[in-house]
Design a protein around this ligand. Sequence first.
Ligand code: ARG
Length: 303
Amino acid sequence: MTSPHAIDAHAASSSALATGIATATAERTPVPTTVLMCSPRYFDVLYAINPWMDPTVPTDTALAVEQWNELRNTYTDLGIVVHEIDPVEGLPDMVYAANGATVVDSIAYTASFRFPERQPEGDAYAAWLRDHGFRVVEATAVNEGEGDFLVVGDVILAGTGFRSTLASHRELAEVFNREVVTLVLARPEYYHLDTALAVLDARPGHEQIAYLPSAFSPDARAELERRYPNAIIVDEDEAAMLGLNIVSNGRDVIMPARAERFAEALRERGFNPVGVNLSELLKGGGGVKCCTLALRFSENEGD
Ligand code: ARG
């Protein structure tokens, strides 16, 4: 159930509705954002490691590339800086760049994939990050990067249950010297944290998230309710479009165009939802956020 009116934004949302979108978006601050993406040139569904993947359903790689280009162009039009890593033939899931590492303060904590089919991706991403000036810290624990690790304010929310291990949560806390909040995922369709929870505003003191409660264990739900009482709750239908698998710069929220109720809830909070269609990449179980790795620099560095 989406409940945009129940929360603190009531006054702000009515004035935003009265004065129009331009005023509403002006209330939000876009944070300079740099990301890494990987073309789906070799995308295919050849194995099934999540419930979305069915190797008997044909994929259209040319269409995947076209939709991915639209996503990349949407980012650049919004002022988001996009870097690209060369795709590797034989790694059909490499397009899901979010899984390639976790990058905070110019430090890259490498991915160590759960399934052998994806393991070589970890080295490919680590090499790119090393070549581009990041300090690379090799993981010893199984983890799938930003698929499961989301930075919000001063903490990192960390998913487990299907892919990333608890040991990786401890390693993550050490590497980045930040509080890591473990969240146990409960449903196989929402096997990565970024399929069930969206970070809309990551600035400390302004944290805003959205999530699907049924994707979490009871303890994780209680933790999310306690930490984020003003979160947007996304409904089952729109979560099943991977509606929560979004990228936000704190103002513009790049998301599946079909998730209209979520978009409306975002508008009421002063965000600017920007819809895209990644139907082909959904066949691999990924959406907007999955295709996008955030490159976070330490404060005194540019890109
Ligand atoms: N087929 C990929 C897998 O199962 C999809 C990864 C999606 N990425 C994400 N960040 N949720 O690993």
